[in-house]
Design a protein. Structure first.
Ligand SMILES: [Zn+2]
Length: 362
């Protein structure tokens, strides 16, 4: 059985958008950001006031000039802007970042990100976003030059999506390759994952599963949950590499433990095909109880569509176990509910598993 449609569909689809908030940049700077702090403490006003105090310059200039300021005010500006950004007060964030955009490359970068994400004032165009990112890539001497590969990653995205520029797979690829290498700066993991998906698109010139495997491997070593899950899937179905169920279970388990719901779905599937029914049902029960996709996406930084796929797979397998009494007490009503849940979360994944079932493969 060399043709393996289910494996291909589960292991290699490129996320359609590759964009917007999916590869969230905000988590790349100030990882433990304000929002998390607020989530725990809820003292929004007090924090804002503290930051406003911090942004007051003590350098005795008549007119504040961030490039001349020698005190903490410039950092205060940045943190205050960041606070407004994290709390989604984009008008204010824009204003405060703008004040220091020539003194702090991070602020300029954030303005560019906001342009990309459509959080900028209305007169900012996608073209502006492109130009700003391009400008950042020339700041090799800046103290915050670590941002350059992130800008390169965005430029790759711009070309991939044709956002502010004419769509070009070749240019997307070359920007992502710059962002993904780690000789000058730390590599952008998202660029490595993006490249892996880029090479996994069938019927394109770039299609190359060796490259997909290489970049997923790099990215998962650097901590990408998405790539770890994808590696698991490739090993599980023998896509781009030989089938290795133990290796698959190893990758998927690691990814699952770190909250990748898609990986959990595949792990349930892997357990089921190995006839480890108790393991499969225990895990599936936990996943099929999940429902807050947005919160799960925020916490795991995984794509919502893949979280849905994970829940769909787990629900389907749980339904199958309930129907047959594998590893769990037979219950046909519950089984039907689980099949329905699977379909609701991802009709495609549900359909694939259904087809598989029809052909008595599982
Ligand atoms: Zn100052």
């Amino acid at each position: 059985m060399s043709a393996n449609p289910i494996g291909e569909k589960f292991s290699a689809p490129v996320p359609q958008a590759l964009g917007a908030r999916e590869f969230m940049i905000e988590r790349l700077i100030l990882r433990d950001n304000t929002r998390e702090l607020l989530r725990q403490n809820g003292q929004e006003e007090a924090i804002e006031n503290d930051l406003i105090t911090l942004s007051e310059c003590e350098c005795r200039m008549n007119v504040y000039d961030p490039t001349k300021c020698k005190c903490h005010a410039c950092e205060g500006h940045f943190l205050l802007a960041q606070f407004y950004y994290d709390t989604e007060q984009y008008d204010k964030a824009w204003r405060w970042y703008s004040k220091i955009q020539h003194a702090d490359l991070r602020a300029f970068y954030q303005l560019a990100v906001m342009c990309f994400e459509g959080e900028a004032p209305k007169d900012c165009t996608p073209k502006d976003a492109y130009q700003m990112m391009l400008e950042i890539t020339s700041k090799e001497k800046d103290p915050h030059s670590f941002l350059i590969p992130y800008a390169e990653f965005h430029l790759g995205k711009a070309f991939f999506q044709g956002y502010g520029v004419e769509q070009s797979d070749e240019k997307a690829e070359s920007w992502w390759l710059l962002a993904a290498r780690d000789d000058r700066h730390e590599a952008v993991i998202e660029a490595q994952t993006a490249l892996a998906f880029f090479y996994s698109r069938k019927n394109t010139d770039a299609y190359n599963l060796n490259k997909t495997l290489y970049w997923h491997n790099q990215a998962s070593r650097n901590g990408s949950l998405e790539s770890l899950g994808a590696m698991g899937a490739m090993n599980l179905f023998g896509i781009g590499t030989s089938k290795d169920i133990n290796q698959a279970i190893d990758c998927l388990r690691q990814a699952s433990e770190r909250g990748n719901i898609y990986a959990i779905g595949l792990l349930v599937y892997a357990y089921y095909t190995r006839k480890l029914f108790t393991k499969a049902t225990d895990l599936a029960k936990r996943v099929s109880a999940l429902n807050d996709i947005n919160e799960l996406s925020r916490a795991s930084c995984c794509l919502p569509q893949y979280i849905c796929k994970g829940i769909a797979i787990a629900s389907f397998i749980l339904g199958r176990c309930l129907e047959l009494g594998h590893g769990i007490k037979k219950d046909s009503n519950q089984a039907i509910m689980m099949y329905k849940k699977s379909f609701r979360y991802d009709p495609d994944a549900c359909q694939l598993l259904q087809d598989y079932l029809t052909h008595e493969k599982i």
